[in-house]
Design a protein around this ligand. Structure first.
Ligand code: NDP
Length: 430
């Protein structure tokens, strides 16, 4: 059943495609899960460090063990319990309700802000568990990796299907880019703008909690695996990855309200692109460096440790100060007296400070940090640099999507802004 005719003006047909249309959407829909499994086989102690260049995954497909490991009851139980924990924490932990940006139908979506509290609770419980039962007891993510992949994938599919189906409810607000009528494309890109169950907004919930916090718990599990192997301690390289990625996760949780202005929340529908990204890709691909170090311990020594800390510190400084500068400004504050232009829409765009240097200075900080997370793994396994390459591609693509969206939003004012701030991400370079 499609939305009733009275909803039609509110939900116009999508007439242009992104991601090369349905064939591209299908390729990513199949390719992301495939690659997530392949990366596991590439980042495995039984395969050589150049593993992706070897047909390790293809070999695995022919082995009966692989197919058995896909369906792992214990991993499914743990994963679904974890997801339930996140929902319960969302429901019972205190948190302010905040209003998002205005929707096309004049309404506002409301979000409960308690991701930080959920993260602290989860990390606290994991720490308590490790203290009580020993680090050897917290290695299950390492041991049941493939089973966890399947569990997270099943959840991503279920949620994307639910979101797609929610779009058929009368009065449902569809994403402007996800109403093409092509099932494959809309399922992938996201048909329903804000699917919800009761007052739980599924899209923003998934963005920060079950995937992002899990990523850090997996890192902790990888550190426990390493400690189990090398006599109850972890290497300096593992400590760096833990601290850097932990800081990134905690920072994102702490700044939860910032995401309510991001295009994923304001513009994109919730489809497989976001569900598989949030629930499968982030926790299980972003933790690849820690996974590698679990079975391949590396001692960096003081000099390299300090140098890598410096790289991460520069990245984090750019990332955090650029994001805070824009968010403060968007909240009506301008303590540094930065210059800006006022658009016909009424919104102001910064033209000095970080946002005068490039159109996305925060992306630059993010990519520098990505490099700092890979450097502790040394240079033997190119696979641990997969994240840097992938993230670079993602940010370049994201910049283009945002540029198109801002062009639609701001028209001539955006052209004026781009003349004043010509660089897209890296000042004087790109
Ligand atoms: P931005 O933070 O760059 O936000 C872009 C939006 O900001 C625009 O749509 C516009 O929205 C507003 N804006 C643009 N220029 C200006 C200006 N000069 N002054 C004021 N406002 C401006 O992009 P994202 O939302 O993509 O990224 C947010 C953060 O999330 C980044 O740090 C990014 O690196 C990170 N990220 C991390 C990912 C990961 O997997 N780790 C994935 C994706 C993002 P409006 O005018 O409507 O406010």
């Amino acid at each position: 059943m499609s939305p009733s005719p009275k909803d039609a003006p509110l939900n116009p047909r999508t007439t242009s495609y992104e991601f090369l249309g349905p064939p591209g959407a299908l390729a990513v829909t199949l390719g992301v899960p495939f690659l997530t499994y392949a990366l596991y086989f590439g980042c495995n102690e039984s395969t050589p460090p150049l593993a992706l260049l070897y047909p390790s995954f293809i070999n695995a497909i022919y082995s009966k063990d692989f197919w058995i490991s896909l369906w792992d009851v214990q991993a499914f139980k743990l994963y679904y319990s974890w997801y339930t924990f996140c929902v319960v924490a969302w429901a019972i932990l205190p948190g302010d309700w905040v209003k998002g940006t205005q929707l096309r139908n004049g309404h506002y979506q409301h979000y409960k802000v308690n991701a930080f509290a959920t993260g602290l609770l989860a990390i606290g419980l994991a720490t308590g568990y490790i203290i009580r039962f020993g680090y050897q007891s917290f290695t299950f993510f390492y041991e049941h990796w493939v089973g966890f992949l399947s569990a997270a994938l099943s959840m991503s599919i279920l949620q994307a299907a639910f979101s797609y189906a929610s779009g058929s409810r009368s009065g449902s607000l569809l994403a402007l880019g996800g109403n093409s009528g092509n099932l494959i494309y809309d399922f992938y890109i996201g048909r329903t703008l804000n699917p919800q169950i009761g007052s739980l907004d599924i899209k923003s919930f998934n963005e920060l909690r079950p995937g992002l916090i899990l990523w850090f718990l997996i890192d902790i599990s990888m550190a426990c695996e390493q400690a189990t192997r090398i006599g109850g301690r972890i290497t300096d390289s593992m400590a760096l990855v833990l601290v850097f990625q932990g800081l990134y996760v905690v920072d994102a949780l702490y700044n939860e309200p910032d995401i309510f202005r991001q295009m994923d929340i304001t513009t994109d529908g919730f489809g497989f692109m976001l569900s598989v990204g949030d629930l499968l890709w982030v926790p299980f691909v972003y933790s690849l460096q820690a996974r590698y170090l679990a079975f391949h311990p590396i001692e960096l020594g003081w000099a390299r440790t300090v140098a890598i800390i410096a790289v991460n510190a520069v990245g984090f400084w750019i990332f955090r100060s650029a994001n805070s500068e824009k968010n403060e400004f968007r909240n009506g504050k301008n303590p540094k007296n930065l210059q800006f232009i006022t658009t016909e829409r009424g919104t102001k765009l910064l033209t000095s400070g970080w946002w005068g240097m490039s159109q996305h200075p925060n992306y630059l900080g993010d990519i520098i940090m990505a490099l700092a997370w890979s450097l502790p793994t040394g240079f033997e396994a190119p696979l641990t640099y997969f994240y840097v390459v992938y993230f670079g591609v993602l940010l370049i693509h994201r910049q283009r999507r945002d540029d198109e969206a801002c062009e639609k939003k701001y028209g001539k004012d955006w052209e004026k802004y781009k003349k004043l701030v010509p660089y897209r991400i890296v000042p004087y370079l790109y």
